[in-house]
Design a protein around this ligand. Structure first.
Ligand SMILES: *[C@@H]1O[C@H](CO)[C@@H](O)[C@H](O)[C@H]1NC(C)=O
Ligand SMILES: *[C@@H]1O[C@H](CO)[C@@H](O)[C@H](O)[C@H]1NC(C)=O
Length: 398
């Protein structure tokens, strides 16, 4: 049997070997590399020194822009930002619409999250735990966090969107806990709205969290994810998108974008999705679910609870957007990142007409009500070659 313990031992062995080569290969699209090396100047120094650095030529070339920045950094000048969105007209509210849009749907959103970070669990010594979160516990990161999955043993059915995975004290750390502040932050009480359903039970522990506190110790950095519907491309990409921007929120070390993280999905259904391959842009390792830890006490050395897919005023489910604006650099960066990591080549189209395929559902709900009107309009445009196809999930019949 290939047990979890064995898995973890092998993983540790690998991570020990990795330390020897200190050159980071961030594996990012070329137009993101300047930003990476400007965020981590020591990596640029290493890359210039070491023959083995894949991006050596880039760093020496005039492609490399020493001023470039994403836009959320405190010293990022507007003219150096990755991309500035465009707006058609001024807003009624007398605010600069570009600025509003930037904060709603571009790297300004990342900046807000970073500014909101507050520590709820203060480490007093080097071996202590820590926990910090943005407002309403929408994004959190922690060190040496213990989670007890004992309740999962009692479940008769698999769970999803369940807010009672944990009970009081089944999550915690050894630190100075700001209990009343944490209580106040518990407000957005929805499974996919915040980490409040889990962190309301966070407790200060009397002893340091180490290998004696738990059945399993996860040393590898782990993202715990509460995900939306995996069979819907829009919903599942809300998960991937928020995972991507959460990497910016935790990029204090140059390995922030390494694709070797652990991912634990907070459900006890087996993970299944036609879009599952997208996880390969983030990690080469198989994803865990709660089934991996049933009945176990698990210590996470390093854990990130990313932004969730259904935050109130989050991205990008029910996002209130100022009208008339477009071209979010953050969305472009995500798209470029995923295409690059999945090695999806770009084929220039050589056909005389652009092919348009409209997917029409034959399901009971969510049909395109004006499909005929839409299609007629498209058919009448001679630049397009239009097809309407029925698209539904294959249902097995017994
Ligand atoms: C931290 O843990 C290590 C290993 O258990 C121990 O040797 C060290 O004394 C501890 N440091 C503090 C400040 O408690
Ligand atoms: C979060 O940041 C810390 C500190 O830089 C790092 O050690 C850890 O690996 C990161 N966690 C994840 C899940 O990327």
């Amino acid at each position: 049997m290939f047990t979890l313990e064995l898995f973890i031992k092998i993983a540790i062995l690998f991570s020990v070997q990795k330390v020897e080569s200190f050159i980071q290969d961030p594996n990012l699209p070329e137009n993101h590399l300047s930003l990476f090396y400007n965020t981590f100047p020591e990596e640029k120094v290493n890359c210039l020194k070491e023959q083995s650095c894949k991006n050596g030529d880039f760093v020496k070339s005039n492609q490399y822009d020493p001023e470039a920045c994403w836009g959320f950094e405190s010293d990022c000048k507007r003219e150096n930002a990755f991309q500035i969105p465009k707006c058609d007209r001024g807003s009624e509210r007398n605010e600069d619409p570009v600025k509003v849009f930037y904060n709603q749907a571009d790297f300004g959103y990342v900046k807000t999250q970073i500014e909101e970070l507050e520590t709820y669990c203060y480490p007093k010594t080097i071996n202590d735990s820590s926990l910090e979160c943005s407002k309403y516990l929408r994004y959190c990161r922690g060190k040496k966090i213990m989670i007890d999955f004992i309740n999962l043993l009692k479940l008769k059915e698999p769970i999803r969107y369940n807010m009672d995975v944990l009970k009081k004290g089944q999550i915690g750390g050894h630190c100075e806990l700001k209990e009343s502040e944490l209580k106040k932050a518990v407000d957005h009480m929805g499974a996919l709205q915040s980490w409040a359903p889990e962190l309301r039970f966070f407790e200060g522990k009397p002893n340091v969290i180490d290998e004696h506190s738990c059945d399993i110790v996860i040393k590898e950095p782990t993202f715990i994810m509460k995900i939306d519907a995996t069979y819907n491309m829009y919903h599942h990409f809300c998960d991937f998108f928020n995972l991507y921007i959460s990497m910016f929120l935790n990029q204090s070390q140059s390995d922030a974008f390494e694709n070797n993280r652990r991912i634990l999905i907070w459900e006890s259904y087996n993970y299944d999705s036609p879009f599952a391959d997208t996880f390969k842009a983030f990690t080469q390792k198989p994803v865990w679910t709660l089934n991996s830890f049933k009945g176990k006490k698990v210590c996470f050395e390093n854990v990130v609870m990313p932004l969730l897919p259904r935050l109130i005023f989050g991205l990008y489910y029910n996002t209130p957007l100022i009208s008339g604006c477009k071209e979010s650099g953050m969305f472009r960066a995500f798209s470029e990142f995923v295409l690059h990591r999945l090695e999806i080549p770009k084929h220039e189209h050589k056909l005389p007409k652009i092919r348009v395929t409209i997917l029409i559902r034959r399901t009971k709900y969510r049909q395109i009500l004006n499909a005929d009107e839409l299609l007629n309009e498209l058919y009448s445009n001679e630049n397009y070659e239009v097809r309407a196809v029925s698209f539904e999930r294959y249902v097995k019949r017994y």
